[in-house]
Design a protein around this ligand. Structure first.
Ligand code: FNR
Length: 355
């Protein structure tokens, strides 16, 4: 049930499959006889240097995947020198994340909820915990239809019903761990237990528009990113209002199915607004070679979702760290085999996407 919540996507799961498959179609074009003895991976994003062009994106209910949840992920990110984004649907408070990973670059992701005062309160809690980058996710006016969750009868928090009872019998260690850890609650909002789509539709405000970025902007001193951009004209509109970054994303295929494939859309967004705002890619990234491809196509960095959650589910904090170590090693190797002496040397001519 929990694995499928992570691994699954909306409706026919076409968007998710295509996002991953687009990376399979990448063809690298390597240079030979270049000095690749050194292949530094660090880059500067939003005015700060990070160890590699990877951002751990926001994911909800992370303590459902492992009892250490957000704390484990934030610590692994801090150790690897990449940012971590705490979700509005997180199950650890901003203050606790900051305390767990004080040396990390911790960001906050906002869903605008119907109660604006509550949204403002979330911003001030995040800022109070030292978070200085806000990621406003805009692709969830209403909940997507995640059919695997519906089939399992997934509730938040998970509850024992006839379907989940069978699963509990087959995964006793998980239930034991879940039942003996701190009760799973939202850190930022009061959501009654129930199915996720119901909670989402009750809490989230579907009437949000670009104009709302104004009050968000005035309540937030730090950098502002908008996540979930899927068209060039929307990217232009956002660049015109002066956001610091745009995340080309379809929410890992968990919202509108058959939406544009992020890797394919990326170059046209970079061409349209890349000189005015930082463009990030989100969706389908599973390896360091994927990161190299996205950066070559113009992304400042890649957001990663499921890849680190698989590591978290398999092995807690060391599992997330292992995922990041693997990504970094793959990135270095890809840069060297590509004949590129570092991430800064990646350019569009290094990559072609086969049709
Ligand atoms: C997400 N995602 C997400 N995004 C967001 O802005 N707020 C959130 O609370 C969540 N929650 C969430 C839970 C889970 C289990 C997953 C898998 C994803 C979307 C996430 O940030 C990101 O857009 C996708 O995961 C990117 O696709 P990949 O990397 O998983 O292919």
């Amino acid at each position: 049930m929990v694995f499928d919540y992570v691994d699954g996507a909306a409706e026919g799961e076409w968007s998710m499959a295509r996002a991953v498959e687009a990376f399979d179609r990448v063809e690298f074009s390597p240079r030979v006889l270049r000095d690749v003895a050194d292949a530094p991976t660090s880059v500067e994003i939003l005015g700060r240097r990070i160890e590699m062009p990877v951002v751990l994106g926001p994911t909800g209910f992370t303590r459902m995947m492992h009892r250490e949840g957000e704390r484990a992920v934030a610590r692994a990110a801090a150790d690897s020198g990449v940012p971590y984004t705490l979700s509005t649907m997180g199950t650890t408070t901003a203050r606790d994340v900051a305390a767990a990973a004080p040396g990390g670059w911790n960001w906050f992701q906002l869903y605008v909820v119907r109660d604006r005062a509550r949204s403002l309160e979330m911003l001030s809690l995040a800022a109070g915990a030292g978070m200085d980058v806000l990621v406003v996710t805009v692709d969830v006016p209403v909940a997507g239809a995640r059919l695997r969750d519906v089939r399992h009868g997934l509730t938040i928090p998970p509850s024992l019903r006839w379907r989940s009872a069978l699963q509990a019998l087959r995964h006793p260690a998980w239930w034991f761990d879940f039942l003996t850890s701190e009760p799973l609650r939202f850190a930022t909002v009061d959501g009654a237990p129930g199915d996720l789509a119901g909670i989402t539709n009750m809490m989230f405000d579907p009437s949000v528009t670009v104009a709302d970025l104004e009050w968000i902007r005035s309540a937030w001193q730090g950098k502002l990113l908008v996540k979930g951009v899927q068209r060039v004209d929307d990217a232009k509109e956002l660049a015109a209002v002066g956001v610091d970054g745009i995340v080309v994303s379809n929410h890992g295929g968990r919202q509108l199915d058959r939406s544009p494939t992020p890797l394919e859309l990326l170059p046209s967004v970079v061409d349209a607004v890349g000189d005015r705002t930082e463009v990030f890619l989100d969706g389908g990234v599973r390896s360091g070679a994927d990161v190299a491809a996205a950066v070559a196509l113009g992304a400042r960095a890649c957001f990663v979702g499921r890849a680190y959650l698989y590591g978290l589910m398999a092995g807690g904090e060391p599992g997330v760290r292992r995922v990041l170590d693997l990504m970094r090693a793959e990135l270095v190797r890809t840069l060297q085999l590509l004949g590129v002496g570092g991430v800064g040397g990646l350019s569009r001519d290094a990559v072609r996407i086969r049709m």
